[in-house]
Design a protein around this ligand. Structure first.
Ligand SMILES: NC(=O)c1ccc[n+]([C@@H]2O[C@H](COP(=O)([O-])OP(=O)(O)OC[C@H]3O[C@@H](n4cnc5c(N)ncnc54)[C@H](O)[C@@H]3O)[C@@H](O)[C@H]2O)c1
Length: 458
C-alpha cells in the first residue's frame, strides 16, 4: 500500500492477495447490487445500503431481488463469506466505508431533466454521518456539474473531506455481472490524483485484460456516460428509420444492414431494426442530455429526433396489427411473447412491450402475455387487465395471432408446428425480426416484421 493511500483512508489493510477496501454502496438496484457483490467478490468488505427495507431484508438472506445472470450466486457466496452485507442503517454504512458508491436512481422529470432529488437527499445524510476523509464515487448517471453540486451540498455539513469522484457505469442489463467484471474501460473522473489512484487500484482485478482505467476530468466523465448512451440510441433510431424507409421502397432491411455492417467503420452492434429501445437508461439519458443542452442554449436537434423516432417506433407493431385486422380489433385475443425491455433481464422500465400492451387494451384486445422472467413486474403494472402465462404455447392457445416484443433466445426457434396448432390465427407480428421471410413463407404463417416485406401464405 502506498503512503499516499494510507493518508487518505487511514483504514486500508493489506492481505497477501492485495488491497482490501471497505466499501459502501448506497442504492442496491441493478447497478448498486452488481457493483457491491462484484467488489466483494474481489475481497473487499462491502456494505449495501438501501431505503427499501424489504429489499434489504431479502438481499440480506440471499434472495436476489432482480434477475441478472450470475448475480444470485455471487450474492450468496459473498454473503456466506462475510464480505457482503445489507443494511438500512446509512450512518453505520458510511462509518464503515473508505469509498462510498452512489447507485441511486435518477429518473426523468416531466420536462426530461434528470431528477436528482434522491441523490441530493442521500449525499446530505452521508455528509452528516461521515467520520473521516472519504471518497464518494458517483455511479448514478448524473448531468455535468453534479459533482460540483454534491460537493457544495456536503461541505457545510461535515468537517471531514469528502472527495467526489465520477465513476459512470457502463454495464448492460442481461450481462451486467460479466460487464462489470470485464469492462471495456473504466472511467474515473477526478482532479484529485490520490482519489483517482485509489479508485484505479479498486478496479485492478477487473482490468487484467489490459483494458484501460481512464482518469479524466470529473465533468468529462459525467458527460461520457450520456454521450455513449446517446450515440447507441442514435444507431438504433437510425437503423429503424432506414428500416421504415425500406417498406415503401420494397427493400429488405436485413440485406441493407448486412451490407452496411461489414464495413469496419460501422459494424453490427446496435444496428438491429426493431420496435425501439427501452429500459431505464437510453430513453431518460437522451431526454436528459437534450434538456441539459437546451438549458445551455445548445442545439441538440439530432438527439430530439432520436427520441421522437424511438417513440414512433414503439407504436409500429400496433399499427401493423390494426392494418392486418382492418381496424377491427375489439374482442380479439393476441398472445404477446417478451415483455422485458431486452432479453436476460426482468426489467420492464420503458419497455416497448408496455406501449404495445396499452395500445392493444385500448383497442379492446384481450392480451395473453408470456415472458421468461418479467411476468411478476408486468403483473404489478397491469394487474388483472391481462393474462399471464409461464408457458409460451399456453399464451398462444386460441389467440388470433402472436406478437413478439423481446428477442429472448427461447423465441428464436420455437416449435413452429406446436405454435401453429396453438394459435387460432397463424399470424405473427415480430417486433425483433427473429425469423426469416423464407422460413415464414415455407411454414405458412402470415408474418409482419420491421423493414421487411410482409409474408402471406401462398
Ligand atoms: N440499470 C442500468 O442498466 C444502468 C446502467 C448504468 C447506469 N445506470 C444508472 O445507475 C443509476 C441507478 O440505476 P438502477 O437501474 O440501478 O436503479 P434502481 O432503481 O434499480 O436502483 C436504485 C436503488 O436506489 C435505492 N434508493 C433510492 N434512494 C435511496 C437512498 N436515499 N438511500 C439508499 N438507497 C436509495 C432504491 O430503493 C433502489 O433500490 C441510475 O442513475 C441509472 O441511470 C443504470
Amino acid at each position: 500500500m502506498s503512503t499516499r493511500r494510507r493518508r487518505v483512508t487511514g483504514l486500508g489493510t493489506l492481505n497477501r492477495k492485495g488491497l482490501i477496501m471497505r466499501i459502501t454502496v448506497v442504492g442496491t438496484g441493478y447497478v448498486g447490487l452488481v457493483t457491491g457483490v462484484c467488489l466483494a467478490d474481489t475481497g473487499n468488505h462491502v456494505v449495501g445500503v438501501d431505503v427499501d427495507a424489504e429489499k434489504v431484508e431479502r438481499l440480506g438472506r440471499g434472495e436476489c431481488t432482480i434477475f441478472e445472470p450470475g448475480l444470485s450466486d455471487l450474492l450468496q457466496s459473498n454473503l456466506a463469506a462475510g464480505r457482503f452485507r445489507m443494511t438500512t442503517d446509512l450512518k453505520a454504512a458510511v462509518e464503515h466505508a473508505e469509498v462510498i458508491f452512489i447507485a441511486i436512481g435518477t429518473p426523468p422529470r416531466e420536462d426530461g431533466s434528470a431528477d436528482l432529488s434522491m441523490i441530493e437527499a442521500a449525499v446530505q445524510d452521508i455528509a452528516r454521518a461521515v467520520n473521516k476523509k472519504t471518497i464518494l464515487a458517483m455511479k448514478s448517471t448524473v448531468p455535468v456539474g453534479t459533482g460540483d453540486r454534491v460537493e457544495s451540498l456536503m461541505t457545510p455539513l461535515t468537517k471531514h473531506p469528502v472527495i467526489v469522484v465520477s465513476n459512470p457505469e457502463f454495464l448492460k442489463e442481461g450481462t451486467a455481472v460479466d460487464d462489470f467484471q470485464r469492462p471495456d474501460r473504466v472511467v474515473i473522473g477526478s482532479e484529485d490524483p490520490e482519489a483517482a489512484e485509489i479508485m484505479k487500484e479498486l478496479y485492478q482485478p477487473f482490468v487484467r485484460n489490459q483494458h484501460p482505467v481512464l482518469i479524466i476530468h470529473r465533468s468529462a466523465a459525467e458527460l461520457v456516460k450520456y454521450a455513449a448512451n446517446c450515440y447507441l440510441s442514435t444507431r438504433i433510431s437510425f437503423i429503424n428509420q432506414i428500416a421504415n424507409l425500406c417498406v415503401p421502397l420494397g427493400v429488405d432491411i436485413d440485406e441493407v444492414k448486412v451490407g452496411m455492417a461489414y464495413d469496419n467503420r460501422i459494424g453490427f452492434h446496435f444496428l438491429y431494426p426493431g420496435i425501439g429501445y427501452g429500459g431505464s437508461c437510453f430513453p431518460k439519458d437522451v431526454q436528459a442530455l437534450c434538456h441539459v443542452a437546451k438549458s445551455f442554449g445548445a442545439e441538440v436537434d439530432l438527439l430530439s429526433a432520436v427520441h421522437e423516432v424511438n417513440e414512433r417506433q414503439k407504436r409500429l407493431l400496433v399499427e401493423k396489427i390494426k392494418y392486418h385486422f382492418k381496424g377491427d380489433l375489439a374482442g380479439r385475443t393476441l398472445a404477446l411473447w417478451g415483455i422485458a425491455f431486452k432479453p436476460r433481464t426482468d426489467d420492464i422500465r420503458e419497455a416497448p412491450a408496455l406501449i404495445v400492451i396499452a395500445g392493444l387494451l385500448e383497442a379492446g384486445v384481450t392480451v395473453r402475455a408470456h415472458d421468461p422472467k418479467a411476468l411478476p413486474n408486468l403483473r404489478r403494472l397491469f394487474g388483472d387487465r391481462i393474462g399471464y402465462f409461464d408457458d409460451a404455447y399456453k399464451a398462444a392457445a386460441g389467440a388470433d395471432g402472436l406478437v413478439i416484443c423481446t428477442e429472448w433466445n427461447e423465441f428464436r426457434s420455437p416449435d413452429f408446428q406446436h405454435l401453429r396448432e396453438s394459435l387460432r390465427g397463424p399470424v405473427i407480428f415480430d417486433g425483433r425480426n427473429l425469423y426469416t421471410i423464407q422460413q415464414m413463407r415455407r411454414l405458412g404463417f402470415t408474418y409482419y416484421s420491421v423493414g421487411r416485406p410482409s409474408v402471406r401464405p401462398e
